[in-house]
Design a protein around this ligand. Structure first.
Ligand code: BG6
Length: 485
């Protein structure tokens, strides 16, 4: 294991991500005794605060965002004692010097967590370098959005690499910190029974759905410049595609796993103006209702007419031997009828049914990996309905269903950032995204956006609380396939 760090510097320490995810995750690690004893956490942001005020805010964030019953005054006191604060305006070199002074020795045991708008990455890194904080031993964690297209992502990566080597750059995709996402790797490579079937000879198609009921959640400024394709598909969904489709890595280590993922990302068939209408659908939610409650449309929420998509469905292909002819249907949207994130693998039907003469039909097996709201793995098998079968054999689909909450009831469900922050602290980059992966992801996404622009394709309205525009249904139905709901 690499050295554990003793100073974690958190940019954006007063922001939403820090309050809702990072501080509660660090608290969770502390409560399990997983933080190094001497770890200091230095928060920075523009707001002028001192240590005491920052600790007070952090305490309020913990009380608000930790799962019920998990907050303990004793642990909070220990945890808050680790926190320090340095106000920092990135246009002020003196503020970086103040930060340098608070850190002390930048070359030993330091990790920096940057979550900032794409345009601020370079000035922030330059500021760090100017204050002597760009020691090549520093671990640099980068939170999305890492650019808005391939070009801007390269600029950010170049700015980072001017001072920090790739092996110390930890690009975060919080989906990789989710337990079920890692379980997908275990399911595929710790069991014998799936791998021989995991290819175009036996899999008919794959569906990946990331449906959210939430709308903008006060993030309109960011989201309106991004849209569902760049906010969700470019990162989280393509990472899921890569993990489902990759070849078995030779080892569960950072190089082997990421080498296999990037091959998949590079094999994604480019979507061009010639086929973009047949392979993608975009939508934007209009007024509707979720759980019986009326909700406003996107334009009303954002206060102007916008052409940003809040829904996207894509029929993707991976051009290699294993996946020849297997469509990967991806869809994600805000203001869907339910929160549901799942990977759905549909196998092919049996080659010949011996039951046809007895009036029974078989249905192809399905593997459903649920990520949210509950973590589950379900295998749908055909079974015989009990009975004497004098009118013929009756077959029925029966689920082999493992709710992970029950199977591992002795384990607390962790926030994805707990895993990632611990790996950052301990220096294991396996669950972080390498530069070549991010760039392959952007290259594919840029192609889709260029094709939309060339064809003048804008989002079609869908009522909030529905599964997107009807064209998204047609996208799969044309192939004789229904979305799994
Ligand atoms: C973020 C997106 O990366 O992921 C958000 O910016 C989205 O728009 C969120 O809501 C979804 O994450 P999760 O873990 O709730 O599925």
């Amino acid at each position: 294991m690499a050295d554990r760090i003793s100073t974690l510097v958190m940019f954006g320490a007063t922001g939403d991500l820090a309050r809702r995810m990072l501080l509660p995750s660090l608290y969770g690690l502390d409560s399990d005794g997983l933080l190094p004893d001497n770890l200091r956490i230095i928060g920075t942001a523009r707001t002028a605060l001192d240590d005491a005020e920052f600790r007070k805010r952090a305490d309020a964030a913990l009380q608000e965002h930790l799962p019920e019953g998990f907050y303990s005054a004793g642990i909070a006191q220990r945890f808050l004692g680790r926190l320090h604060y340095v106000p920092l305006d990135i246009t002020e070199p003196q503020h970086f010097s103040d930060l340098a002074q608070a850190i002390g020795d930048a070359c030993h045991g330091v990790a920096i967590f940057l979550s900032t708008a794409p345009s601020l990455f370079k000035p922030t890194i330059d500021g760090l370098a100017g204050a002597g904080l760009a020691c090549p031993t520093v671990r640099m964690a980068l939170e999305k959005p890492l650019g808005t297209d391939l070009e801007s992502s390269r600029e950010i990566n170049d700015a980072v690499h001017a001072h920090f080597p790739e092996e110390r750059t930890f690009r975060i995709d919080h989906y990789l910190g989710k337990e079920t996402v890692q379980n997908l790797i275990a399911l595929r490579f710790a069991n014998l029974m799936f791998e021989p079937l995991w290819n175009s000879a036996h899999i008919d198609h794959v569906q990946i759905t990331v449906a959210e009921t939430v709308g903008l959640e006060g993030r309109g400024d960011y989201y309106d410049g991004s849209g569902a394709l760049r906010d969700m598909v470019q990162n989280h969904m393509l990472q899921l595609v890569a993990l489902v489709a990759m070849e078995p890595p030779s080892d569960f280590n950072a190089t082997a796993v990421r080498d296999e993922k990037v091959k998949v990302l590079r094999a994604l068939r480019p979507i061009t103006a010639a086929d973009v209408e047949a392979t993608t659908v975009t939508g934007q939610y209009a007024r509707g209702a979720i759980d019986g409650e009326p909700v406003p449309g996107y334009d009303d929420e954002i206060g102007r007419d916008s052409a940003t998509e809040t829904f996207v469905a894509i029929k993707a292909h991976i051009d290699n031997w294993r996946w020849k002819g297997v469509p990967f249907y991806l869809r994600t949207g805000k203001r869907m009828p339910m929160r549901d994130t799942e990977i759905f693998i549909q196998f092919k039907d049996v080659p010949y049914s011996i039951f046809a003469s007895r009036g029974a039909t078989t249905r192809p097996n399905k593997l459903i990996i649920g990520l949210q709201p509950e973590e589950s793995i379900e295998l749908r098998l055909m079974g015989k309905t009990p009975g004497l079968d004098r009118q013929g054999v009756r077959l029925r689909e029966i689920p082999l269903d493992i709710g992970l909450a029950n199977a591992f009831s002795e384990h607390r469900r962790r926030i994805a950032y707990e895993r990632l922050l611990l790996d950052l602290i301990e220096g294991d980059p396996t669950l972080f995204v390498r530069r070549d992966e991010v760039e392959a992801q952007w290259a594919w996404i840029d192609g889709i956006r260029a094709a939309w622009a060339e064809k003048g394709i804008g989002p079609r309205p869908y009522a909030a609380g529905t599964w997107g525009p009807s064209a998204a249904i047609a996208l799969t139905e044309r192939d004789g396939i229904s979305w799994h709901e």
